[in-house]
Structures are given as C-alpha cells and as structure tokens.
Design a protein around this ligand. Structure first.
Ligand SMILES: Nc1nc2c(ncn2[C@@H]2O[C@H](COP(=O)(O)OP(=O)(O)OP(=O)(O)O)[C@@H](O)[C@H]2O)c(=O)[nH]1
Ligand SMILES: C[S@@+](CC[C@H](N)C(=O)[O-])C[C@H]1O[C@@H](n2cnc3c(N)ncnc32)[C@H](O)[C@@H]1O
Ligand code: SF4
Ligand code: SF4
Length: 323
C-alpha cells in the first residue's frame, strides 16, 4: 500500500493523458498556448505500466484527464486495456464534451460510465466568451445523450466573478430536470499566463446564491475523499455541489496522486515539480524499483498541500497538471 507520512493511503490517481485541447478556456490557458512536443508525453504503454505498478500497491481508482483526453489518438484502445488492470475498481473521465458523443456507446461497452463534464455556461454566446470556441451545441448534445444512455454525470462549472456568475442558477437547474450532480468550482490560479486570479467568488458566495434559489436545499455528508460539499433538495432530480478548491482545504483526507502530461508524479495539485516517472519507465529499472521510488516521493507529500504549496505560485496551465 502506498502511504504518506501522515498515514493517508493513496488509492486514487489522476492521469493527464495529454496537455492538448480543442478549447481555450480563459481560466486554463491562453489562446496561443504552446503545447509540449508529443515525444515528451508518456506513451499509452508507459501509462499502462505505471498504473499496473500503482494498482499492485493499492491504487483503486483512475481519473483520466488532460488537456482534453479525447483529442489523443488511440484513447479508446488504451481505456480498453486500462479497465482490465487487476485492482483498478473504477475508471472515470473528465472531459469538455466536444468530441464525446461519438464515443459514448464504446465507453459503455468498455464499462466506463462515470463522466465529469466541464461546462461553464448555458448559452452559445457565453460558452464562446469563456472557451473561445463555438462548440456549445456539441457539448449540450453530448450531455443530453449521456443522460439518455444512463451515464453517471457530474457537471463542473468554474465560477468567475464578472464572467459567468449569472450562469450559476441556470446551470443548477439542470439538476431539476436531470439526475446530474452540478458542481461549482472556485477558480484557481492555473491559467498558464502567469496572471493571478483577480478576485473570485468563494464557496460562501456560491452557497448563498444556491440556498436563495432552491427551496429546501440542505448540506449532506459525502464520501471523505470527495472534493465537493454536496447539497440536496426534494425538488431536485440530481444534486448540487461546491468545490472550495482555492479558499478552503480538504487536504486532511487527500488520497490522490497526479501524473502530469509530462509524466511527472505530483503529490499535490499545487506542487511545483514532481518525480519524473517518464525517465524511470525509460530506464532499465524494474517495477519494484519504480514502486519504491514512487513511495519515496510520496513521503514528501505535505500534510496540507493547500497551505504549504499554494505559496509556490505555480502558474502552469491546468491542462499540464490535469486539474
Ligand atoms: N484543490 C484541489 N482541487 C482538486 C483536487 N482534485 C480535483 N480538484 C479540482 O476539482 C475540480 C473537479 O475535478 P474533476 O476532474 O471533476 O475531479 P473530482 O471532482 O475530484 O472527481 P471525482 O471525485 O473522481 O468525481 C477541478 O477544478 C479540479 O482541479 C484536489 O485534490 N485538490
Ligand atoms: C484541466 S481540465 C482537463 C479535462 C477536460 N479538458 C475538461 O475541461 O474537463 C480538468 C478540470 O479542471 C478544471 N479547471 C481548469 N482550470 C481551472 C482553474 N483555473 N480553476 C479551477 N478549475 C479549473 C476544469 O474546469 C475541469 O473540470
Ligand atoms: S479546462 Fe479543459 S477544456 Fe478548458 S482549456 Fe483546459 S483542458 Fe481544455
Ligand atoms: S491541495 Fe493538494 S494536498 Fe490538498 S487536497 Fe488538493 S491535491 Fe490534495
């Protein structure tokens, strides 16, 4: 079992399969984003090997992220192999939904039905302002199809002062008509431009809007490794959630490791650097040696990454880290 100095067992890995993306969300990257050379990314074979090593050491859940996972060629073949790895009980994907619709049936066949969909607006116009691309209709259509086909869907909206706060209630209303979890995320300073987030709504501002707009909304307890505070009401088919990713910490129960698109194992979203597992996989080290290196690196995981690493001001694009 991979365990850190504070007895947190690591069971969850977030794997960024690419840094490339077909959108340019303003909170994540600049329009002229420079992506890394493809040979610096882990190959799918290397990813499968590292996940096997992690699974042999207690990791049970993998979340595929990026960049946009579906822009990487060969993703479906990779996922088919990934779900077969012994010990991996759950594979989820976080996607912007632009290319998702055509893959839904294949995903069901593979056994992946857990999708977190990023959507920050309910109109074409607002969607374009935030993502700099005109793909709202494709994302909405993917969403409708996912609901029809019975996927377990969580919607992620990054809340930005002066940009989309008026979209909180319209998006939350998706949970009135569909059994989806609509989650509102505090903006974090990973926009790839080096600029700080000027002023952003925090979890209390978001909570006030939700409580004022939905009758009978109540906080419920959620799983300890959940990033979101969940709210339910009898009027909702789904639920609402707030992810206080910037202003508060849920580090005490952090059971996550990240593998960036460059193949770096990072102990925390806010870590400035990590263990270069790509070089280890390309050396002649065996699986046990690599597992030992990962365990060694894990001992550097901070008790509260949020408090101790946030000062790093690592302003990478979120697409490099995977969120
Ligand atoms: N501060 C912080 N934010 C996180 C962490 N994990 C995910 N996030 C943020 O939470 C938001 C939603 O991320 P998702 O990719 O949907 O992942 P998730 O909500 O952790 O996923 P599941 O719990 O697996 O459904 C993104 O903005 C992430 O950057 C974390 O460990 N710490
Ligand atoms: C980096 S994206 C990668 C996966 C996919 N492209 C997507 O957008 O869902 C993963 C998650 O990080 C979130 N994210 C990106 N930049 C963020 C920021 N600056 N603050 C908070 N969340 C952010 C996105 O909204 C998304 O839910
Ligand atoms: S948040 Fe996701 S969809 Fe938006 S630019 Fe970043 S990687 Fe692409
Ligand atoms: S800030 Fe770092 S340590 Fe805290 S929950 Fe997020 S990833 Fe884990």
């Amino acid at each position: 079992m991979l365990t850190d100095k504070f007895d947190r067992d690591i069971k969850y890995v977030r794997l960024a399969v690419t840094d490339r993306c077909n959108l340019r969300c303003t909170y994540c990257m600049p329009e002229m984003m420079k992506f890394v050379n493809k040979d610096r990314l882990l190959s799918f074979e290397e990813m499968l090997r590292v996940v096997r090593i992690l699974a042999e050491n207690g990791v049970e859940k993998v979340r595929i992220t990026g960049g946009e996972p579906f822009v990487r060629k060969g993703l479906m073949d990779f996922l088919t192999e990934l779900v077969k790895i012994e010990g991996i009980k759950k594979v989820g994907i976080t996607s912007n939904g632009v290319l998702l619709e055509e893959y839904l049936d294949q995903l069901i066949n593979i056994g992946i039905t857990d999708i977190n969909l990023s959507l920050d607006a309910t109109t074409q116009h607002k969607f374009f302002e935030i993502t700099r691309r005109d793909d709202f209709d494709k994302v909405y259509s993917s969403l409708e199809q996912m609901i029809t086909k019975g996927f377990k869907v969580k919607i992620n909206m990054v809340v930005m002062e002066g940009k989309n706060t008026e979209e909180i209630v319209p998006l939350a209303k998706y949970a009135l008509k569909w059994p989806v979890e609509v989650r509102f995320i505090e903006e974090m300073p990973f926009n790839g431009t080096g600029k700080e987030v000027s002023k952003s709504w925090n979890h209390l501002d978001i909570e006030k809007v939700l409580i004022d707009s939905f009758i009978g909304l109540e906080k419920v307890n959620s799983h300890k490794s959940n990033t979101a505070q969940i709210y339910k009401s009898s009027i909702l088919k789904g639920s609402l959630g707030i992810i206080p990713a910037f202003s508060r910490t849920f580090c005490g129960t952090c059971d996550r490791l990240r593998i960036t698109s460059l193949g770096e194992i990072r102990n925390c979203l806010y870590s400035e650097s990590g263990l270069n597992v790509r070089d280890l996989l390309r050396s002649d080290l065996g699986d046990q040696d690599i597992a030992d290196s990962i365990q060694g690196h894990l001992l550097l995981k901070k008790k509260s990454g949020w408090e101790e690493e946030k000062k790093n001001k690592n302003l990478d694009s979120m697409s490099m880290i995977g969120g």
